[in-house]
Design a protein around this ligand. Structure first.
Ligand SMILES: Nc1ncnc2c1ncn2[C@@H]1O[C@H](COP(=O)(O)OP(=O)(O)OP(=O)(O)O)[C@@H](O)[C@H]1O
Length: 429
């Protein structure tokens, strides 16, 4: 048995685009002359997803994500290339696909189950778990066209996860449900992951991609830009979302970094993702403990100070300085900036040096963390990155000697145990 769940080799998809609807008819009636433009929604996509992996796909609107998922799910044929899928696929594609709007929810459950290769008996056995997960009450016997989008996605998700898929494809659909339903879905998703189901997951929510996926891919204009760890992919994706002229990376980031932070470890140097317009530069970052000593290792709840030296090269009218703490998977733990903190910074003129200090307590449990810093300008509600240095600092947080508590945040709890009879009081501070 192959250990690969999904294999794509040189997948391309070309759509025909007609300027006027009538052109399509003309082409049929008067064959020989094409009246359409060719539009390549996907170009030369190669991908191998091992069994049991949860794989994320990100990209801006129109980048080709849904087209790719439809090709994997078998509902769309590629123009060229080869798709190999090992196992039963259950796909929760865009709203509107999958169910027949004229059929009732019940009829659609049976119809979909049969399409997925289940016997009548198997669907009957799964019907109760499906309806209880969907929790749409009597609507199960109403035509699907009368459903709200939330009800639709509840039933679609309930079917998709209850048909014992080997591969589950989820296309952004979860964003439609309410918070309670989303949580229920993610808990179920975790269970499926534990059972070894391969999950393909499209989302615009960066934290979900980082939280649930082991690997991810960024699509842009139909091409694969990068395929690696989710955090790195999201860093690239975030950069793509900004205006063209603000994307210029610092000319030679590694060299720049090495010169400005020559005292930092090799690990820190290779992890950084840096971009911005270069109208200014975060020249120096110094991380200190409560004694003012430079360090990257802190005890849980210890005071940590980050000192930045920023060189302004071109005037910036509305500057903003930011810091983010991420966990080892790249999920945001804490995001702060001068705007959130209501700090008004006057316009900065060229050739000024600015010193910024972020002072805080590391109220997190032991583990590896990353710090990112940013210098941006805010112009009419739009953020223009000047120098963003993602994951530039790798911090280690170790437990304090009398506290082995676990989790994400450290609430620094004080536990009191009072035993009535002996009136013995044990205090842990
Ligand atoms: N049937 C079609 N005919 C012509 N063009 C199409 C067709 N389907 C998709 N496209 C185009 O292909 C491109 C990729 O579309 P796709 O829906 O795959 O993008 P996406 O990344 O899923 O976008 P979104 O995040 O908005 O859902 C878009 O420019 C879209 O207009």
């Amino acid at each position: 048995m192959s250990e690969i769940a999904i294999s794509l080799k040189n997948i391309s998809k070309c759509f025909k685009r007609y300027h006027h609807p009538i052109d399509r008819l003309k082409e049929i009636l008067l064959p020989g002359k094409s009246r359409a433009d060719q539009f390549w929604a996907l170009r030369d996509i190669n991908l191998e997803i091992p069994k049991g992996q949860t794989f994320g796909i990100v990209g801006s609107n129109g980048s080709g994500k849904s087209t790719l998922l439809q090709i994997i799910a078998g509902t769309l044929t590629p123009t060229s290339g080869e798709v190999v899928v090992n196992g039963r696929i259950s796909a929760l594609l865009e709203l509107g696909s999958g169910f027949n709007p004229e059929f009732t929810g019940r009829q659609n459950v049976f119809f979909n189950g049969r399409l997925l290769g289940l016997s009548q008996k198997e669907i009957e056995d799964k019907f109760d778990p499906i309806t209880s997960f969907a929790d749409i009450g009597d609507f199960i016997d109403q035509p699907v066209k009368t459903y709200s989008s939330g009800m639709y996605v509840r039933l679609a998700f309930a079917v998709a996860i209850n048909v014992d898929p080997d591969i589950l494809i989820v296309d952004e659909a979860l964003s439609v449900g309410d918070a309670k339903f989303q949580l229920k879905c993610f808990l179920k998703l975790k269970k499926l992951q534990e059972k070894g189901v391969t999950v393909l997951f499209v989302s615009h929510d960066s934290n979900s991609i980082k939280r649930y996926c082991q690997k991810a891919m960024l699509l842009n204009q139909g091409q694969k830009i990068i395929e690696t760890l989710p955090n790195v992919v999201i860093n690239h994706y975030t950069r793509l979302l900004f205006p063209e002229d603000e994307k210029n990376t610092v000319p030679n980031p590694k060299q720049e970094l090495a010169s400005s932070l020559s005292n930092l470890s090799e690990q820190r140097r290779t992890l950084e993702y840096r971009y911005g317009s270069h109208r200014g530069e975060i020249k120096d970052i110094r991380i200190e403990n409560h004694e003012g000593r430079e360090t990257l290792c802190f005890t849980s709840c210890e005071r940590m100070i980050a000192r930045l030296k920023v060189l302004v090269k071109d005037g910036v009218v509305n500057p903003l300085f930011a810091m983010t703490l991420k966990d080892s998977k790249g999920e945001d733990i804490y995001v702060t900036n001068t705007y959130f903190k209501n700090i008004d910074i006057p316009p900065l003129t060229a050739e000024t040096l600015v010193e910024i200090t972020f002072e805080q307590y590391l109220m997190v449990c032991p583990g590896n963390y990353f710090l990112s810093f940013g210098f941006v300008s805010l112009e009419e509600g739009t953020v223009f990155p000047i120098d963003r240095r993602y994951d530039v600092i790798n911090l280690k947080v170790i437990p304090s000697t009398n506290d082995l508590s676990q989790g994400l945040v450290n609430l620094n709890s004080k536990i009191t145990v009072k035993i009535e009879e002996s009136t013995c009081v044990v205090v842990n501070s």
